[in-house]
Design a protein around this ligand. Structure first.
Ligand code: UD1
Ligand code: UDP
Length: 356
């Protein structure tokens, strides 16, 4: 069986790395296509390097654009490669434009599709929801993190035999890299002069938050209030989308918030594990916070990771300033006694063993 693995953005590279390691381990016949939806060194190649991934055989060089522009270009370019390589199976992960575009191309060419992190739903009108619903619908293998997504998919009419509950590959990625992160000589905490358990980590990049001046400003104001109240400095690795909007909206970042470039994965694991509190709208960081037992507030109106809330590691605040400040105290005062709901760290192998 010939397998095409496709990724395009930072979280896809991280979350597919355990699957690629498993494909290597089992000597699978596979190749990688990178759409290059993300392309800055610190959004892309740093992860290929740190996670020691093989160089993609193809790079589509798509880059940024409007949703239709990006999706259309990817469809056209990936079809050419599928015609040439004739893979039997496509593996994709998550909910980006990359995932939908290449899955559509594969589906029409009768290439089987394996969707990693299937069945997640926010029940909000965001581009990612469209991408994941459509991809699940045309997938032959839906790999879900927990039983919750199995129930969602069954209720949507997806056949039971297509659904495999395997955990989330983010557990594999976090545990595979945490020890390496600890041994990294140029420790980012030292460089920032931050002490463990004595700072806040902020990340925000969601289109619905950072393309809206009020929401973006409210996130920064609330973070500043929490920082001042608790005497905790803030580190804010800025996604390029957010950076561009801060400039466009002419927003002043409060003094308490230390902005840095997007970090590599090893530095991010260190920042997540040692933070006193995380404020984020990232999907992956909600999961990693829960796995590494750091309290987290989610700056969105809902989460497709309800397991993190149910175990007590995450509270949904949206971008409501008062709620963010109030819930930050509540979650910091709680006992950290929750268990990771996303599997044992062998998800990559479980996925690959399904078809080999
Ligand atoms: C995309 C995904 C989102 C995911 C996120 C991970 C979609 C619809 N969205 O959002 O689900 O959470 O990736 O980070 O696929 N840019 C750069 N350099 C880069 C990449 C992006 O400057 O390397 C800037 C460009 O101005 C671009 C903007 O960021 O227009 C947004 O990038 P894009 O890939 O469209 O969406 P993300 O917000 O990154
Ligand atoms: N991440 C990183 N450096 C950063 C920000 C995020 O390594 O500066 C990692 C993070 O640990 C997680 C993944 O990128 O594994 C999440 O990506 P992102 O927040 O961009 O996307 P989402 O998960 O929301 O789709």
């Amino acid at each position: 069986m010939k397998i095409a693995v496709v990724f395009g953005t930072r979280p896809e590279i991280i979350k597919l790395s355990p699957v690629i390691r498993a494909l290597e381990k089992f000597n699978a016949d596979y190749f990688i296509i990178h759409t290059n939806q993300h392309y800055d060194e610190n959004m892309d190649s740093i992860f290929l390097q740190e996670l020691e991934l093989p160089k993609p055989k193809y790079n589509l060089g798509i880059g940024s654009g409007t949703h239709a522009n990006m999706t259309g270009k990817m469809l056209i370019e990936v079809e050419k490669i599928f015609l040439e390589e004739k893979p039997d199976l496509l593996i994709v992960q998550g909910d980006t434009n990359t995932v939908l575009a290449v899955s559509l191309a594969a589906s029409k060419m009768h290439i089987n599709i394996a969707h990693v992190e299937a069945g997640l739903r926010s029940y909000t009108k965001i581009p990612e929801e469209t991408n994941r619903i459509l991809t699940d619908r045309i997938s032959d293998y839906c790999f879900t993190p927990t039983k919750k997504q199995e129930t969602i998919l069954k209720n949507e009419g997806i056949e039971e035999e297509k659904i495999h509950i395997v955990g989330n590959t983010i557990v594999d990625a976090a545990f595979q890299n945490l020890e390496i992160a600890k041994q990294k000589p140029d420790n980012l905490l030292k460089k920032l002069d931050f002490k463990p358990e004595n700072y806040i980590l902020l990340t925000t990049h969601r289109e619905e938050n950072v393309d809206n001046k009020t929401k973006l400003q409210d996130i920064l104001t609330a973070t500043d209030t929490i920082s001042t109240k608790n005497n905790l400095p803030v580190v804010f690795p800025i996604h390029p989308r957010t950076q561009k909007n801060i400039e466009k909206f002419n927003i002043q970042i409060p003094q308490s918030i230390k902005t840095i470039e997007p970090t590599g994965y090893l530095d991010m694991l260190t920042l997540i594990q040692n933070a006193k509190l995380i404020l984020t709208d990232s999907g992956g960081i909600q999961e990693e916070a829960c796995i590494l037992q750091t309290p987290c507030l989610t700056l969105r109106e809902s989460t497709e990771r309800p397991e993190t809330v149910e175990v007590g590691g995450n509270i949904i605040t949206d971008t409501n300033k008062e709620k963010i400040v109030e819930e930050s105290q509540n979650i910091m005062n709680k006992n950290i006694d929750w268990k990771n709901p996303f599997g044992n760290g062998n998800t990559g192998e479980l996925i690959v063993k399904t078809f080999l």
